[in-house]
Design a protein around this ligand. Structure first.
Ligand SMILES: [Zn+2]
Length: 305
């Protein structure tokens, strides 16, 4: 952004120079023109290098993959499996594909086993390693926890199943329309179980409108790129005939401290028996990992234009 202002300033000075052309000696004009031309080239080179930051041939392209949940935090529950296991399997396959198909890709996983990792250390791994992109992988659920009366008249926990809801969606950080943020409520739930969450996320309150404004200002530079990456991911899911629930903005804690384009993708509904089967199958896992690899490849390419 700064380099654009730099280019504009030089452009303005060049204009002024032409306006005063008659008052200057020929030699001085040539010298000044040459200096300005040189500055113009420097600005142009700076512009190009800023737009393709991290994309030079020898520099690694750092991708942080975040398999959601883990350990005691199981995420959503299907009939046969849990979200934490499915997303770990797919994240590992994704790492293999990315390293095989993207030159110079350096892929880091926030967890490689069934362990509990705090929200802060997930995003810190990406920030510390100056990752180019951060992708958190999750599975969705449309089941609703309810309280019902059993035979003896006592209230017990139960689940109202919604097996027909299916599809994929990819989320970026946003703070508006809080009432509709169903995924954010579910995906942020783990945070409340962490010991230090109040200190670690003291500036994060998705229900506070002033947080929204602060985060919008802070994250605007990454917002457009995050939406671009999210759109490319949804585009690839659609190519594999998956239902498209779109790109959404929600108040997601895990993305709130990212200092790079960051998305959270919901690869399917574990509450749909059909989609759970697909996400558990070798073919399904391979396809999802390939969808994400293709999207990342396209995202990386678009930065070169
Ligand atoms: Zn999740």
């Amino acid at each position: 952004m700064i380099s654009h202002y730099f280019t504009l300033l030089i452009g303005a000075e060049l204009f002024q120079n032409i306006m005063h052309i008659e008052r200057e000696s020929k030699l001085r004009i040539i010298k000044k023109k040459f200096t300005l031309l040189l500055l113009f080239f420097v600005a142009a080179i700076y512009n190009i290098s800023a737009a393709t930051k991290g994309l030079s041939i020898n520099e690694p392209y750092i991708i942080v993959i975040d398999p959601g949940h883990g350990g005691g935090k199981i995420g959503a529950k299907g009939r046969k499996s849990t979200e934490k296991d499915i997303v770990l399997d797919i994240s590992k396959k994704l790492k293999t594909l990315l390293e095989a198909q993207i030159p110079n890709a350096k892929v880091l996983l926030t967890r490689t086993t069934d362990i509990d990792v705090t929200f802060l250390s997930r995003i810190q791994l990406a920030n510390k390693n100056k990752a180019n992109i951060f992708i958190s992988i999750h599975a969705n659920s449309a089941d609703v926890d309810i309280r019902v009366r059993n035979k003896n008249g006592k209230y017990v926990n139960s689940v109202r199943r919604n097996p027909k809801v299916r599809g994929t969606e990819t989320l970026v950080l946003g703070f508006h329309r809080m009432a509709e943020q169903d995924v954010a409520i579910r995906e942020n739930a783990d945070l409340l179980l962490e010991d230090n969450y109040k200190e670690d996320f003291s500036d994060f309150n998705p229900s506070d409108p002033s947080s929204y404004i602060i985060f919008q200002l802070m994250r605007n530079q990454y917002r457009r790129e995050s939406i671009k990456l999210a759109s490319l991911i949804q585009g690839q899911y659609v190519k594999s005939a998956k239902i498209d629930r779109g790109v959404k903005e929600q108040g997601l804690a895990v993305l709130s401290k990212a200092t790079m384009p960051a998305v959270l993708t919901e690869i399917g509904f574990i509450s749909s028996p059909e989609e759970e089967e697909y996400m558990l199958s070798a073919k399904g896992q391979e396809e999802i990992a390939q969808n994400l690899t293709n999207a990342i490849k396209m995202y990386k390419e678009h930065l070169k234009i």
